[in-house]
Write a protein that binds this ligand. Structure first.
Ligand SMILES: [Fe+2]
Length: 222
C-alpha cells in the first residue's frame, strides 16, 4: 500500500534529522581527535597516603560529620575524564591527594606531619558516571619545600594499571622552577596540566573553582 503523503513527509524528516545528527557526531569526534591533548603521565611521588583517612569521599574540607572544617582556600575542583577521542570515561575511580595548608601530607614521612591539619582529609575519591565528570571540594594547594603547588591524581580503570598525574595552578611563580612539571618537555602537554584557580563571582567567602580535564591515552575496557 502506498504511504500517505503526510506520513512520507514525516518519515523523511525523521531520517534527515538522524542523518544530520550522525554527521554532527562524526565531525565533533574528528575535531576532538585532532585537538585533544593527552594528559601527560607524571610520577605518583612518595606521598600517596600510607594510611587512608576514615573518610574517603569527595569532600576534603570536612571529615565525616565534623563541625570544624579544614583551613585553606576552599576550591571546587572538577573536570571530565575522557578517552583519546573525547568520549567520557565512566566507572573510573579518581583519587586525589595533596598537602594541607601547612604543607603536610597524610603520610607518616611527610614534612610538617606534627603540624598537620587534623580537619583536612588530604585524600578523596570519586567514581565517574556516564558524563565522565568528577568533582571534589578541597583547598587550593600550597607549595612545600622543593615543589610548586599541585594536586596528585590517580585514575583507576578496569584492566589497566593506574594512571597518575598532577595538576598545577596557573600563574604560580614556582611553576617555572618545578622539576617535575618542567620535565614535561612538550609545551602543549605541560600547559594542559596547569589550570586557573579562579575566584567564584559573588562568593562571600572567596571560594575558588578549577577545571581540570584528564584525557587518557587509551580507551578503558567497559
Ligand atoms: Fe606532591
Amino acid at each position: 500500500m502506498p504511504m500517505s503523503p503526510l506520513l512520507l513527509a514525516s518519515t523523511r524528516r525523521r531520517f534527515l534529522q538522524s542523518a544530520a545528527f550522525g554527521a554532527a557526531l562524526f565531525s565533533v569526534r574528528g575535531l576532538f581527535a585532532e585537538e585533544l591533548v593527552r594528559t601527560p603521565r607524571q610520577t605518583e611521588g612518595p606521598f600517596y597516603p600510607d594510611h587512608l583517612p576514615l573518610d574517603t569521599d569527595n569532600d576534603l574540607i570536612v571529615i565525616n560529620d565534623s563541625i570544624t572544617p579544614a583551613v585553606g582556600e576552599i576550591t571546587h575542583l572538577s573536570g571530565r575524564l575522557l578517552d583519546p577521542l573525547g568520549k567520557p570515561v565512566r566507572d573510573a575511580l579518581i583519587e586525589i591527594w595533596q598537602v594541607d595548608h601547612n604543607g603536610a601530607y597524610l603520610h607518616s614521612r611527610s614534612n610538617n606531619r606534627d603540624k598537620r591539619d587534623q580537619n583536612f582529609q588530604g585524600f578523596g575519591r570519586f567514581l565517574t558516571g556516564s558524563s565522565g565528570e568528577y568533582y571534589f571540594r578541597t583547598i587550593k594547594p600550597v607549595a612545600y619545600p622543593g615543589r610548586t603547588p599541585h594536586v596528585h591524581f590517580a585514575i583507576k580503570t578496569k584492566g589497566r594499571q593506574k594512571f597518575t598525574t598532577q595538576c598545577y595552578i596557573k600563574g604560580e611563580p614556582g611553576n617555572a622552577r618545578d622539576f617535575i612539571l618542567q620535565s614535561i618537555r612538550d609545551p602543549k602537554a605541560r600547559n594542559s596540566v596547569i589550570v586557573d584557580f579562579a575566584q567564584i563571582p559573588r562568593s562571600r567567602i572567596g571560594e575558588l573553582a578549577a577545571r581540570f580535564d584528564v584525557v587518557l591515552g587509551f580507551t578503558p575496557e567497559s
